[in-house]
Design a binder for this molecule. Sequence first.
Ligand SMILES: O=C(O)CCC(=O)c1ccccc1C(=O)O
Ligand SMILES: [Mg+2]
Length: 313
Amino acid sequence: MRVRFRGVEVRETVLLHGPSGWGEFGPFVEYADEEAARWLTAGLEAAWGRWPEPVRDHLEVNATVPAVRPEQVAGVLARFDGCRTVKVKVAERGQTLDNDVARVAEVRALVGPTVSVRVDANAAWTVDQAREALTRLSAYDLQYAEQPCPEVADLARLRVLLARDGVDVPIAADESVRRAEDPLRVAREGAADLIVVKVAPLGGVAAALEIVAGAGLPAVVSSALDTSVGIAAGVALGAALPGLDLACGLGTVGLLAADVAARPLVPTAGVLTVADAHAVVSAADQPGLAGHELSGSRRDWWLERLARCHEVL
Ligand SMILES: O=C(O)CCC(=O)c1ccccc1C(=O)O
Ligand SMILES: [Mg+2]
């Protein structure tokens, strides 16, 4: 990683190659096999299966700003060419609400009033903390707040409190969809205005499409910090969604210090194209792989994990 992101400094992953092309298996290292197995289903779908027909040929993508200091924000934004939406990480462990306000204020000052700004708290706030934080952060005009609190019931309660306070910040559910036993509970309980969907944790493009249809809420496709190979699957999902009005969090290849693809899937003029994603997945080889191959115990760890997850399927 160029800068630390959700506690990750070095991103490791497995690339799979099958008759349909390249797939990715990169569950975060702390995930147990049962959860990680869904990521394998997604990788196998990419390499051996078929994705649904696209209904659009390109997607708008957001810039993603990790929980950096205000003076680092301009440097991060410079890696996201032409993005008209910015997502800012907040509520990072060891930081304060003042740090979040300073970072979001810096983003808003740099991008001006016409760019959309959203925040992602990764479930780190209590309801009271979220209420206070979003009230303060709403001064910078937020498009939405992603997973402010951990529990579905917290999200539902927060929405009621914000409405009562007259704080106009829609709530998006991420972890409550991708790590939940029941990904549709959020929608049933009125706990979010929209959902974030990620191909790998949801077990593939087809599975994610089904969840969006079942939820009946607007959706945003986002990455799991994948290489260009995993991002290509995200593009396939975004391209197949019947409706898509918001920028997708698929610009994260720019956060990696290196990538596997000959032409990394980074946005140009704020956009990723289905054609470029197709080229990554169907390439004969991934030239960047050679310089970054794992060896020794890390390689063994991933191969053993891959075998265990395959047993789970
Ligand atoms: O959505 C984005 O802008 C980028 C992707 C992102 O934030 C993310 C990446 C890896 C793991 C979790 C998350 C998250 O949305 O919480
Ligand atoms: Mg999130």
